[in-house]
Design a binder for this molecule. Structure first.
Ligand code: FAD
Length: 537
């Protein structure tokens, strides 16, 4: 908690070059690039970082094969280039993964056309992934026996990438990067009021956790509030060219459906692609695309039945999946950008609206608004925001591209050398879990050296803290000081993906949950534990 307290002290009465409002992927990446290039930056989110749209994604880093359907070649090219950059910058966190699309008799395209599309997709992505291939029904069955091939005409396999950990942890890596270079970042802080001054903005902020308000000032504001962008712009007195509409997408998390590290892709009955995506020992089924007017959504019985019906019809399972098999679910809205002048959008096919982002700069009021976007597009968003900030009069240092990415290969080699010499991987005896060295390096980077030190000093630090989750005691000790975990849920749902992969009732009763709260919150453990347990009661 000390980290947040220090940030709050700096925010209170502070004067910054830029205030970034919203700590989803777009706000986090903006803060990271601006602070990394020498601006004084404040970053706030009224919830936890990455706790709204950015925790509801499919965890895919992809060029958007399906956007070829709407001939958005430029968008697909841009996303493929971003995907390639991210794979290069995050070799341990973002992994290339094959997608196997099974095409049955009701699919909108025959396998040969899908194969042509995947070859085009490969070329648009500069041939940086493994090459695609076409598969006969027999080959599909051999590769993925879980697919019911009785109706399948053939398949294609092409490559994209995915986040090995969860989306909101990826978001936090940018928050951490901003903190590392001096940004004042705090979760559970809401912008409640803003007033123009001669040099920028004076804003009233509210510490949502403590219920206290205070002020700070900034030369400009970056509005990165995702689905809430129009509301904040209105409050700031802006008239924008674009606005946001929403489509809802849900995911269901079930026990692993295939042992292969591969995404399965199918067309649903509405001829829309949906996927089965690996998440550790689980599979994530999704997503859907439903027009909604309200950004606050949840998975309805109808959503659940639809998705389960679709997947049961395409897999050869011993027994169909039912609601009882769903370990956790996710529901979020895509903030999609449209022109304000576009008139009535009610008759537009919203599933065909572009997934591109737009950045608008209001020079008079000194506000930069980020409309739309994708996790995959995050480096582009960061760079465009940096250009916009410079254009509004805050000079930035040269971009050395050191505000993102994993540590250098030599640092990685040294970590693995030390881990090997101290036999770190031997500490893990559970079946079906990845080696500890991979896990610690991927999740903590340079901070993983500190963990090795702690384990060398105290063997207890190398033991699991909470069953049935796979977390070492040392991870909690380091996270407590460095990951701004304000509520227990921040750890269970975002810095880790425990609540995504373990049923809620098991998490609540997990031996070790109390110790987790004690390590994270010290004297405040009882209150934080009760807050978590009461919230779901
Ligand atoms: C179902 C689904 C699947 C997706 N799958 C993928 C995928 O696989 N790959 C991909 O690249 N993209 C995917 N996306 C898109 C991607 O997740 C989103 O575009 C992205 O997360 C949006 O991030 P954001 O920062 O704009 O918004 P958000 O993550 O919503 O962040 C906005 C933040 O602003 C905060 N905020 C609002 N008002 C205030 C205020 N007044 N004061 C302080 N804070 C405030 C909110 O609390 C929130 O945290 C998916 C989206 C959905 C819905």
């Amino acid at each position: 908690m000390a980290l947040r307290t220090t940030s709050l002290e700096r925010l209170d009465g502070g004067a910054f070059d830029v205030l970034v409002v919203g700590g989803g992927i777009n706000g986090a990446v903006s803060a990271a690039v601006l602070a990394g290039r020498g601006a004084s930056v404040a970053l706030i989110d009224r919830g936890d970082f990455g706790a709204f749209t950015s925790q509801e994604s499919s965890n895919l880093v992809w060029g958007g094969f399906k956007y070829l359907e709407s001939y958005e070649l430029l968008l697909v090219r841009k996303l493929c280039v971003s995907r390639n950059r991210l794979i290069r910058a995050y070799p341990d966190n973002i992994k290339p993964i094959p997608f196997l699309a099974a095409l049955d008799r009701s699919s909108p395209y025959p396998p040969w056309l899908a194969a042509l599309g995947s070859a085009a997709y490969w070329a648009i992505g500069s041939f940086r992934t493994h090459h695609p291939r076409m598969l006969s029904p027999r080959r599909v069955a051999r590769q993925e026996p879980v697919i019911d091939t009785s109706n399948v005409r053939g398949g294609v396999e092409y490559y994209d990438a995915y986040l090995k950990d969860n989306d909101s942890r990826f978001v936090f890596s940018f928050v951490r990067s901003a903190l590392d270079v001096g940004a004042a970042a705090a979760n559970y802080v809401e912008l409640v009021d803003a007033e123009r001054t001669a040099v920028g903005w004076r804003v009233t902020l509210r510490d949502v956790d403590a219920g206290r308000t205070f002020e700070c000032s900034a030369r400009m504001i970056v509005n990165a509030t995702g689905p809430f962008i129009d509301g904040l712009n209105e409050r700031l007195g802006l008239e924008t060219e674009h606005r946001i509409v929403y489509t809802k997408g849900i995911h269901l998390i079930v026990d692993r459906l295939t042992r292969n590290e591969r995404v399965l892709a199918f067309f649903d009955d509405t001829q829309r692609l949906f996927y089965v995506i690996p998440m550790g020992r689980r599979s994530v089924i999704g997503t859907t695309d439903t027009r909604v007017d309200d950004p606050f959504t949840e998975v309805t019985d109808e959503d659940r039945e639809f998705l389960l019906g679709q997947i049961n019809a395409r897999l050869a399972l011993d027994r169909p999946l039912t609601a009882a098999d769903v370990i956790a679910d996710r529901s979020g809205v895509r903030p999609l950008v449209v022109k304000r002048e576009g008139g009535d959008q009610r008759h537009v096919d919203w599933t065909k609206l572009s997934r591109k982002h737009e950045i608008e700069v209001d020079r008079d009021r000194k506000v930069i608004s980020i409309f739309g976007g994708k996790l995959t597009d995050c480096l582009n968003v960061g760079e465009e925001v940096a250009d916009a900030v410079e254009s509004l009069g805050v000079p930035l240092e040269k971009d050395n591209e050191n505000w993102y990415g994993e540590p250098a290969p030599a640092t990685r080699t040294e970590f693995y050398r030390q881990a090997r010499l101290m036999k770190l991987d031997d500490l893990r005896h559970k079946p079906d879990v990845e080696p500890l060295s991979d896990r610690l390096w991927r999740r903590y980077g340079r901070r993983a050296f500190e963990m090795l030190d702690e384990i060398r000093a105290d063997a207890g630090m190398g033991r699991d803290i909470m069953h049935p989750a796979d977390y070492l005691r040392v991870e909690l000790h380091v996270a407590a000081g460095t990951e701004m975990i304000t509520k227990l849920e921040d750890f269970l749902s975002r810095r880790s993906k425990i609540t995504q992969v373990i049923p809620d009732a098991e998490v609540r009763e997990a031996p070790g949950l109390r110790e987790v709260a004690e390590v994270l919150f010290g004297d405040d453990a009882d209150r934080r534990l009760a807050e978590y347990l009461d919230a779901g009661a």
